[in-house]
Write a protein that binds this ligand. Structure first.
Ligand SMILES: Cc1cc2nc3c(=O)[nH]c(=O)nc-3n(C[C@H](O)[C@H](O)[C@H](O)COP(=O)(O)OP(=O)(O)OC[C@H]3O[C@@H](n4cnc5c(N)ncnc54)[C@H](O)[C@@H]3O)c2cc1C
Length: 398
């Protein structure tokens, strides 16, 4: 079997790895000219964590991970409003890892048989019944048994096969951005904690990285989904007037081309496959940054897709088996993502005060135990996936 996987992000890299270890010939296309170095911290847990474990990659992920013990929330003037152990925010085994570092671990684990092409993107897809023709922007062509779109929220494969993204993107009313910069003094002051502002309509998060770097991410409300032409100027304007460390952080904004900036959206599709084209990850089931599990869903979904393809003789049955198994997990996470915006970015002073009361209550010992137990019960999508559980004991490392 021969497959083209479009997108060397978390879903595409996981899928390319899993398919190639079962003998599929894989060409992996990535639009960017080389490995990504900029990014943001991923709370890595649930199915993503289980997938890394099943692939034998946990030791390598641990090496690049960060260990943040506590989330501290401060108001616009820098006064501490709440502190929560990270274990309470995300129960169960978890790691904090920068997205480019996780991609690096996955890329390094790829068997040599995977052909990874940077600077390559499809421009046309032709359905040929039991195969598919993929034409790239450099005019090269592939006739393959399967084309996988693992190319993220604004997927090209989805547009070429299923139609315009406006049919599938559900805007959640927020914009998000992320960037990193060097500052030794600030790095030292922030170390070991995840810092978040406790503010109305806009949220700014901060943490220290290795090599004296500091990472920033923001989420703010915006009625208009259109992404600004100049993210740097837009961020300066949106976050101006905030006190604490914010003026310093804004003064460190890199050029717009180095800032990750996008709308916060989910992808809702009635079908994830059409003929011999299938989608995985944000391309077909983005849950959004507000759900905080997109990376885990992307890797878990890729693992399940590869597993179905390796166990089912019919490609068509394998594709529908993947969708049947993974869709309920994703839909539950998407529902959580839709309401969590109101919690993470309160839309009024009243909501902000209500959240403060709730966060204080959660820190009382008895409530803490009850909330932890309830959250632990709710946060086990991988338990629903027999393939992931079964393969944990049998999976070979890279
Ligand atoms: C600020 C922020 C914080 C987040 N925090 C978390 C978190 O804590 N936990 C969590 O689990 N998730 C988190 N997420 C979500 C998570 O990053 C995504 O859900 C996840 O990266 C999706 O993986 P993917 O592989 O499907 O897509 P992507 O990571 O978007 O990868 C798609 C890849 O395809 C490539 N590509 C795009 N178009 C083409 C093309 N035409 N041709 C070839 N290649 C193409 C892209 O360059 C990219 O490499 C966060 C997201 C944001 C924005």
């Amino acid at each position: 079997m021969k497959a083209v996987v479009c997108g060397a992000g978390l879903a595409g890299l996981t899928l390319a790895h899993r398919l190639s270890v079962v003998g599929v010939e894989v060409v992996l296309l990535e639009r960017s000219p080389g490995p990504r170095t900029q990014g943001y911290m991923i709370d890595f847990l649930g199915p993503g964590y289980d997938t890394a474990e099943a692939m034998g990659l946990l030791p390598a992920v641990r090496e690049v991970a960060y260990y943040l013990e506590e989330a501290t929330m401060v108001d616009e003037r820098g006064r501490r409003r709440a502190s929560l152990p990270m274990a309470l925010l995300a129960p169960g085994p978890r790691l904090d890892v920068m997205r480019p570092d996780l991609e690096h671990v996955l890329r390094e684990s790829l068997p040599p048989s995977v052909e990874l092409r940077f600077g390559a993107s499809p421009i046309a897809v032709e359905d040929r019944g039991r195969s598919v023709r993929v034409i790239l922007d450099d005019s090269s062509e592939f006739d393959v048994d399967l084309l996988v779109g693992a190319d993220g929220l604004h997927s090209t494969v989805r547009r070429l096969t299923f139609g315009d993204e406006s049919d599938y993107l559900r805007y959640l009313g927020f914009h998000t951005a992320a960037y990193t910069f060097h500052d030794g003094e600030l790095n030292e002051a922030l170390a070991g904690r995840f810092w978040m502002t406790d503010t109305v309509d806009r949220l700014l998060g901060l943490y220290a990285l290795r090599d004296n770097r500091v990472a920033v991410f923001v989420i703010h409300r915006s009625p208009d989904p259109t992404v600004p032409d100049d993210p740097r100027a837009a961020l300066r304007e949106t976050y101006s007037g905030m006190g604490w460390l914010v003026p310093k952080i804004l003064s460190k904004l890199p050029p717009s081309s180095e800032i990750y900036y996008d709308q916060v959206a989910q992808v809702l599709m009635p079908n994830w496959c059409k003929g011999r084209v299938v989608l995985v990850g944000d391309a077909c089931f983005a849950v959004s940054v507000l759900a905080g599990q997109g990376a885990s869903m992307a890797m878990g979904g890729a693992y399940v897709l590869a597993d179905r393809l390796s166990r089912t003789p019919s490609v068509d049955q394998a594709l529908s088996g993947y969708e049947k198994l993974w869709r309920p997990v994703v839909e539950r996470t998407q529902r959580e993502g839709r309401w969590s915006g109101a919690f993470f970015v309160p839309g009024s002073q009243r909501w902000l005060l209500a959240r403060r009361v709730m966060l204080r209550a959660v820190q009382l010992p008895i409530i803490d135990r009850v909330v932890s137990a309830a959250a632990a019960l709710a946060a086990k999508p991988s338990d629903l996936i027999p393939t992931l559980q079964r393969s944990k004991s049998t999976a070979a490392g890279p």
